[in-house]
Design a protein around this ligand. Structure first.
Ligand SMILES: [Zn+2]
Length: 168
């Protein structure tokens, strides 16, 4: 979540817009940390997005949409991979950003299934705050077993595999 996923999503979508492609962007309605209707990254680069409560709502997009961007895919329901397949099979380019692992290091929501069906997967790593190695894990600094805990800067820190398992 400090890895630049959203920045990378925004960068790719802005390039599609420069190429005059019709772009639609969606995010889960549960993610309202910064703004109701924009995908906002940690460095406040932003792009307009439609909040949806269920992935099936993405299929209601405008008929001439050529590129679909989806942010925070890990918070979507399990139908998201099927929705993305339907779009991609129609020729829509689907670009998705999401966390692949939750705070316990387990695959997160529909993201593993999305990675399996994607033509291309880019893993962008944060930097471990303890040792500076590439960080794949989100270490939860507060004690809670809830799978979803919003408000990331205070609650999580990026860690490498070794520091994640050090648990201190
Ligand atoms: Zn480390």
């Amino acid at each position: 979540m400090f890895s630049g996923k959203t920045e990378e999503l925004i960068r790719r979508l802005k390039r599609a817009e420069i190429a005059r492609l019709k772009v639609e962007i969606y995010k889960p309605a549960t993610d309202t940390r910064y703004d109701e209707s924009a995908v906002v990254s940690h460095n406040y680069n932003s792009i307009e997005a439609t909040p949806v409560t269920h992935s099936s709502a993405i299929l209601l997009l405008k008929a001439d949409t050529q590129v679909v961007g989806i942010d925070e895919a890990q918070f979507f329901d399990d139908e998201l991979p099927e929705v993305c397949n339907k779009l991609a099979n129609k020729g829509v380019r689907v670009i998705i950003a999401g966390l692949d692992m939750d705070f316990s290091g387990k695959p997160f929501g529909p993201v593993p299934a999305l990675m399996a069906i994607a033509e291309l997967v880019t893993k962008v790593n944060a930097v471990c705050v303890r040792c500076g190695s590439p960080a794949m894990y989100s270490f939860r600094r507060v004690s809670s077993e809830a799978k979803i805990l919003l408000g990331e800067k205070e609650s999580y820190e990026p860690r490498c595999r070794a520091c994640f398992h050090a648990k201190d």
